[in-house]
Design a protein around this ligand. Structure first.
Ligand code: ADQ
Length: 454
């Protein structure tokens, strides 16, 4: 059996305490035969980029690479997170395009290729992850790598006219044709990529998933919605009820209903709009005051990027404003927490909640929506309020689907979820959970790798 080589910006080393579902899935895939996981070491060094570190764990090898401060700033803080991230989340207003960070991004991708190529064996299958590494396939091909290479985009693919606003968009997105298979989260993302290729890339898309680039390279593209280990999360959540932090949360609520939001502190997640929608809910349903607590967990992310610092200030202001207007001596409507929790504890928090608020303005998939469902108590499940702009909405019709820009609509959904009879909650939850069991993270990676090796 061929070895699987996974390449991603960050590598979850075996001892990492907070390795998420994706890390677990990747490890399982690499263990099925033999595996190599290659990526940035997490270290920024004063001297030149490129020093490698290797760690072995059974049949799995982890090789990571240091980056210089300048390379990291250009590639990660710069082009990946200030140009591509907003662009791919439909936020042209936040796109900051600079030639030096664009060049730094290419330089680091070329370095990834240069360091990875000598480690490759002839029959390795290579799987590149996400928007940090779009041109990596092309850089590997330039070094003569003829292996099967797949690429998966975890974030959305926006409409062609948005993509076309970025200088050099044709160079960057045209580079996707160097892969044998390009995977997207949903059919809509795939569709938008196909129309981009037709309208701006000079290429063609055929009905069977085959595509042809302007220079005649044949490749394939498909939709592979990512998922979670639904059964594992269900077990974790059930076991978590006895954990001290979960018990303390339950006791602190008294008889109140809990609404929960869990997101990286990121403008794509629509947190200010969610806070405002919750305020609309409080304004419009005064009879429910004191009956619901909204807990938002939002660990700080990308704190070196100015847009993220501004968002943090905005949310602190909003939480203070809502609580100032509505709190009572014995009730704080919004609890806003910037901390990370272990996954086990998090699943226990989900299970305590009668409402899950997942209202991103754009999201490739959104695994929190899926985790919330998997963590529910089958005898008394909570209700998911889900943005139609999360990739997950394409598979989760039984959630209460909302438009996150429509604050009154979200407020209505919160009230509806609060009042939903047990039978209806159970019915919706059962269908959602069964679907998650069928389309879990193992099914996701198998489907992608089968398509790549077919
Ligand atoms: P993210 O934007 O990070 O992922 P998401 O899919 O919701 O978004 O995954 C977040 C993960 O972090 C979840 O597993 C969640 O449990 C965890 N998490 C969040 N807050 C936490 C906290 N306070 N403590 C501990 N864990 C926390 C990107 C894309 C998504 C896509 C995924 C996977 O932006 O659209 O779904 O990749 O492809």
């Amino acid at each position: 059996m061929s070895r699987l080589v996974v390449v991603s910006n960050r590598v979850a080393l075996p001892a990492e305490p907070r390795a998420g579902g994706l890390a677990v899935a990747m490890r399982a895939a690499m263990r099925e035969s033999e595996g190599l996981w290659f990526g940035w070491s997490g270290k920024r060094v004063r001297d030149a980029s490129g020093a490698l570190h290797t760690l072995r764990d059974g049949s799995l090898t982890y090789t990571t690479m240091d980056l210089s401060h300048e390379d990291f700033d250009h590639y990660y803080n710069g082009f990946a997170n200030r140009t591509l991230w907003p662009l791919l989340h439909f936020r042209l207003d936040l796109v900051d395009y600079r030639r030096d960070t664009y060049e730094g991004y290419y330089r680091v991708n070329a370095l990834f290729a240069e360091k990875l190529a000598p480690l490759l064996r002839e029959d390795d299958i290579i799987w590149v992850q996400d928007y940090h590494l779009i041109p990596l396939g092309q850089s590997l091909r330039a070094l003569g790598v003829g292996n099967r290479i797949g690429f998966f985009l975890h974030v959305p693919m926006p409409s062609s006219d948005l993509l076309a606003a970025m200088p050099n968009h044709d160079v960057l997105f045209g580079a996707l044709s160097s892969y044998d298979l390009v995977g997207f989260q949903t059919e809509r993302d795939l569709d938008r990529f196909q129309s981009y290729t037709r309208l701006y890339g000079g290429g063609r898309a055929f009905a069977d998933g085959r595509m042809r680039s302007a220079d005649g390279r044949e490749f394939r593209a498909g939709a592979f919605p990512i998922s979670i280990d639904a059964n594992l999360i269900a077990r974790q959540a059930e076991a978590a009820v006895t954990r001290a932090s979960v018990r303390r949360l339950r006791e602190s609520l008294g008889s109140r209903v809990l609404a929960i939001g869990v997101d990286r502190l990121d403008y794509s997640k629509g947190l200010p709009d969610r806070f405002r929608a919750f305020e609309h809910f409080l304004d419009r349903f005064p009879e429910l005051h004191g009956q619901m607590t909204f807990l938002q967990l939002a660990p700080v992310s990308r704190s070196e990027v100015p847009e993220y610092q501004a968002l943090r200030r905005e949310l602190e202001g909003l939480a203070g404003h809502i609580n100032g207007r509505h709190a009572a001596p014995d009730w704080t409507p919004v609890r806003y927490v910037n901390r990370d929790f272990s996954h086990g504890v998090l699943t226990g928090f989900y299970r305590q909640a009668q409402l899950g608020l997942v209202t991103p303005l754009r999201d490739g998939m959104n695994l929190v929506a899926k985790e919330f469902i998997a963590a529910q108590d089958p005898h008394d499940p909570g209700v998911l309020v889900l943005s139609r702009f999360a990739g997950a909405a394409a598979e989760m019709h039984e959630a209460l689907i909302v438009n996150p820009y429509d604050l009154d609509g979200v407020a209505d959904a919160i009230a509806r979820a609060h009042a939903m009879p047990l039978e209806e909650r159970k019915e919706r939850w059962r269908t959602l959970f069964r679907r998650l069991q069928r389309h879990d993270i193992t099914a996701w990676r198998r489907k992608f790798l089968e398509a790549l090796t077919a």
